[in-house]
Ligand binder design. Structure first.
Ligand SMILES: Cc1cc2nc3c(=O)[nH]c(=O)nc-3n(C[C@H](O)[C@H](O)[C@H](O)COP(=O)(O)OP(=O)(O)OC[C@H]3O[C@@H](n4cnc5c(N)ncnc54)[C@H](O)[C@@H]3O)c2cc1C
Length: 326
C-alpha cells in the first residue's frame, strides 16, 4: 500500500486532515486538481473573509491578519505557510478521476498516475460547480458565475443576480467602482443572514436608488445587449453589459456518485456519512469539510469543520489498533 490515507482536495479541509494524519504518523498524500487552496485562490480578488482569523486557524499555527478579518491574500499566504511548516506531501495540478476498491484498500486513479491507499478522504468542497440559472443566454461570455475584479465593470451596466452575502458584496463593490448596478432578487427581501456589516450599506444604496433592485423578480433571458426580467409589474427588458450570477455553488455530485458515494436525496443531498466518524457508505472512504452539508452550503464552512480531520484520523487509528489486536 502506498499510503495510509489519500486526501482528495487541497483546500483548508484537506490540509487540516493532513495535519491530523501527520500527528498520528500516518502516511498520506493530498491530491489537488488546481493550485493550493484552489477555491480560495479563485475567490474575488479583494475579498475579506466573514470569519475572524483565530477561528480559521488550523494545526495550532497562528493566522496573522492586519484587520480582524483576513483577506483572500492573507489566507493564501497562511495556507502556503501551513504546507511549508508541516512539509506536506501534496501533488498540485493533478486530478482524481476515480477510485477502485481492492481486496484491501483502494486504487486512486488520477490524470497523471495511480496510487494505492488504505483509506480515502474526499474533501472536494463545492466551489467548482455553480448553481446554474438554466435560462436562454446563460452561456454567453458576459455571464459570470465567478466574480473576480471590479475593474472590468467600470462604466458598465451590470446585473447582479442573488441576494445573499456574495451578491450584496459584489453589487456594492461594482457600484463603488462606477458600474451601473441592478439587482434581481427572487424573494421579497435580501437574504435574512446578510452580514450585519454589509446589510445597512446595501439597503441604503437601494433606498437612495444608486443601486436599482427588483424584488420578487426572476431573469427570463439574457441577450447580447440586454436582459429580460419578470417583475411583479410584468416583463421588462433592460440594457446590460454583464451578468454576475451570484446564485451559489453545489458539490460535484457526478464525481461523488462516480466514486460510489451515496447521496441522501431526502435530506439536502448530503453525502451519506456517519456524523461521528464521517465515514461514508463505503468503509474506508470518508467525507470532510463543506461537502458534508450537501446543498445547504451555508451550514458548514471552514470555521465549523475544523474538527473533521481529527474525527476521521482518530477513526482510522482506532480501526487499525483494533485490527492489530485481532
Ligand atoms: C466567497 C466565499 C467566502 C467564504 N468565506 C468564508 C469565511 O469567512 N469563513 C469560513 O469559515 N468559510 C467561508 N467560506 C466557506 C469556505 O471557505 C469554503 O467553502 C472553503 O474553501 C471550504 O473548504 P474545503 O476544503 O471544504 O473545500 P474547498 O476549499 O473548496 O477545497 C476543495 C478542493 O478540492 C479540489 N478538488 C475538487 N475535485 C477534485 C478532484 N477530483 N481531484 C483533486 N482535487 C479536487 C478543489 O480544486 C479544491 O481546491 C466562504 C466561501 C465562499 C465561496
Amino acid at each position: 500500500m502506498d499510503y495510509d490515507v489519500i486526501i482528495i482536495g487541497g483546500g483548508p479541509t484537506g490540509l487540516n486532515c493532513a495535519i491530523a494524519a501527520h500527528k498520528e504518523n500516518l502516511s498520506y498524500l493530498i491530491i489537488e486538481k488546481g493550485v493550493l487552496v484552489n477555491s480560495i485562490y479563485h475567490f474575488p480578488i479583494n475579498m475579506t473573509f466573514f470569519s475572524t482569523s483565530p477561528v480559521l486557524e488550523i494545526g495550532g499555527i497562528p493566522f496573522i491578519s492586519h484587520g480582524d478579518k483576513p483577506t483572500r491574500r492573507e489566507a493564501l499566504e497562511y495556507y502556503r505557510r501551513i504546507v511549508e511548516t508541516f512539509d506536506m506531501n501534496i501533488h498540485l495540478l493533478e486530478e482524481v478521476k476515480n477510485i477502485a476498491e481492492k481486496e484491501a484498500g483502494f486504487d486512486v486513479v488520477t490524470n497523471k498516475g495511480q496510487y494505492s491507499s488504505a483509506n480515502i478522504i474526499v474533501s472536494t468542497g463545492y466551489y467548482d460547480t455553480p448553481r446554474l440559472l438554466d435560462i436562454p443566454g446563460e452561456q454567453l461570455p458576459k455571464v459570470k458565475h465567478y466574480y473576480d475584479d471590479p475593474h472590468v465593470y467600470i462604466g458598465m451596466d451590470v446585473l447582479v443576480i442573488g441576494a445573499a452575502n456574495s451578491a450584496c458584496d459584489v453589487a456594492l463593490e461594482c457600484h463603488y467602482k462606477g458600474a451601473n448596478v441592478t439587482m434581481a432578487v427572487r424573494g421579497d427581501d435580501l437574504y435574512a443572514k446578510v452580514k450585519y456589516w454589509i446589510r445597512p450599506n446595501i439597503e441604503n444604496r437601494i433606498k437612495e436608488g444608486s443601486i436599482k433592485a427588483y424584488f420578487n423578480t426572476t431573469v427570463k433571458e439574457i441577450k447580447d445587449g440586454s436582459v429580460i426580467l419578470v417583475t411583479p409589474e410584468g416583463e421588462i427588458e433592460i440594457k446590460n453589459d454583464f451578468v454576475l450570477a451570484m446564485t451559489g455553488y453545489l458539490p460535484d455530485y457526478n464525481f461523488l456518485r462516480k466514486l460510489g458515494l451515496e447521496v441522501n436525496t431526502e435530506e439536502n443531498c448530503v453525502p451519506a456519512h456517519n456524523d461521528e466518524s464521517l465515514e461514508s457508505n463505503i468503509p474506508g472512504v470518508y467525507v470532510a469539510g463543506v461537502i458534508c452539508a450537501g446543498l445547504r452550503t451555508n451550514k458548514l464552512f471552514i470555521e465549523n469543520t475544523r474538527d473533521h480531520g481529527e474525527k476521521i484520523i482518530s477513526d482510522i487509528v482506532k480501526k487499525r489498533e483494533h485490527a492489530e489486536v485481532v
